[in-house]
Every structure is written in structure tokens, then in C-alpha cells.
Design a protein around this ligand. Sequence first.
Ligand SMILES: *[C@@H]1O[C@H](CO)[C@@H](O)[C@H](O)[C@H]1NC(C)=O
Ligand SMILES: *[C@@H]1O[C@H](CO)[C@@H](O)[C@H](O)[C@H]1NC(C)=O
Ligand SMILES: *[C@@H]1O[C@H](CO)[C@@H](O)[C@H](O)[C@H]1NC(C)=O
Ligand SMILES: *[C@@H]1O[C@H](CO)[C@@H](O)[C@H](O)[C@H]1NC(C)=O
Length: 188
Amino acid sequence: MEKSRTPSKLMISSSITIFSISILFSNVALAGNTNHQFCRELSISKFEEKLTHLRFYYHNLIKITNAQIVSGNSSTGFGRIDVVDAELREGPETNSKLVGRVEGLELNASQGELGLLMVISFAFTEGKYNGSTLSMLGRNLILREVREMPLVGGTGLFRFARGYAQARTVLFNSSITIVQFDFSVIHY
Ligand SMILES: *[C@@H]1O[C@H](CO)[C@@H](O)[C@H](O)[C@H]1NC(C)=O
Ligand SMILES: *[C@@H]1O[C@H](CO)[C@@H](O)[C@H](O)[C@H]1NC(C)=O
Ligand SMILES: *[C@@H]1O[C@H](CO)[C@@H](O)[C@H](O)[C@H]1NC(C)=O
Ligand SMILES: *[C@@H]1O[C@H](CO)[C@@H](O)[C@H](O)[C@H]1NC(C)=O
């Protein structure tokens, strides 16, 4: 049986005080601990970072694996955009083992030099890297002997990847471009 349906003034004020104290504590708890139902923080100290070096060759068969989608300035080429789905091979020989695809955009983004902005996914199809990707985003001054571009992330075995790529042109004519890529990648 209930004692009373009308609580006293004292009971109301004390329950208000308890209520505001519990709000205060829940705010403190929220500030110090960002675990909610939708997120969970884990320590990454138990995962070991490793540095992987990769060397492979980009084979762009101009008529087959390259399409110009925006023509750009008619005299300088500035603003031109090409989409590529080039071959990634183990060696510079056109019949060496295919290890992936190089898919993305190459944009003439420099008015002063022969410079491209590369927005590229390296999608691996061989061995333990099959299904993993690395993303490259950066400036490619194509006439330089060595160009360096950032690797900004990855998937699969390259989750949380960061690093850099060095590109060296091996062969360049009107039917094919072959570029050696050396990657240094930090990942878990
Ligand atoms: C192409 O670039 C040149 C040099 O910057 C400029 O004079 C010309 O107007 C541009 N042409 C077009 C169609 O944008
Ligand atoms: C644009 O890129 C092509 C190669 O894709 C190059 O032949 C041309 O000179 C470039 N132009 C500029 C302004 O970088
Ligand atoms: C790579 O993975 C795909 C999809 O899982 C599979 O079809 C293919 O056979 C694999 N290639 C190699 C060389 O293991
Ligand atoms: C480009 O180079 C390749 C490999 O050396 C050669 O087979 C091909 O005939 C060359 N194409 C042109 C148009 O020079």
C-alpha cells in the first residue's frame, strides 16, 4: 500500500538536488570518457607498426588504358583530365607478371611546369595483397627524374597506411608510358 501520493516540499527539493548532482556527474563522465553506444575507444599500443617497401611498374597503354575526359587549354593542356586504368606489373617488361591495376585521375594542374595532380588507387590482385589498395594523392612533375608523392591511406593489409611513393619514368612514347614506383609504407 502507498503511503502518500503528494510528496512533501522537502522531498521535492532533495530530489531536485539529487537530479542536478547526477546531471553534473554525467557531464563530468562525458567530458572524461567519450565511450557512447555508437563508439568504442581501443588502445592501439598492442598493434605493431611495420614499414613495407614495394617496387612495381605502371604500364599505361595510351590507347587502351587511358582516356582523356576533359581537353583543357588548347595550347598548353592546362585543365586536361585523363582517367586511367593502367596495369601494375612486377617488372618493366610488358609481359612481366600483372600484380594489380592503377586506377584514377591524372589532371594537368600546373600552368608553369608539366605538372599533374595524381588521384590514384593502386589495387593489388596478387598474393597476400590481393584485394588490398593504397591511395596516392599528389603532384607529379612528369619531366623530373624522380617525383615524390604522398600515400595517404589504404585498405585491407594497408589499413591506416601512410607513406610516400617515388616515381621514375622508364619509357615514354606515344603508345606506352612505363613508370617505376618505389613505395615506403607504414601500416599495421
Ligand atoms: C590558354 O592559355 C593561354 C596561356 O595562358 C591563354 O592566353 C589562352 O587564353 C588560353 N585559352 C583558353 C581557351 O583558355
Ligand atoms: C598535360 O599532360 C600531358 C600528359 O598527360 C602532357 O603531355 C602535357 O604537356 C601536360 N600539360 C601540362 C600543362 O602539364
Ligand atoms: C584475388 O581475389 C579475387 C577475389 O577474391 C579472386 O577472384 C582471385 O582469384 C584472386 N587472385 C589471386 C591471384 O589469388
Ligand atoms: C614504344 O615503345 C615500345 C617498347 O619499346 C615499342 O614496342 C613501341 O613500338 C613504341 N611505340 C612507338 C609509337 O614508338
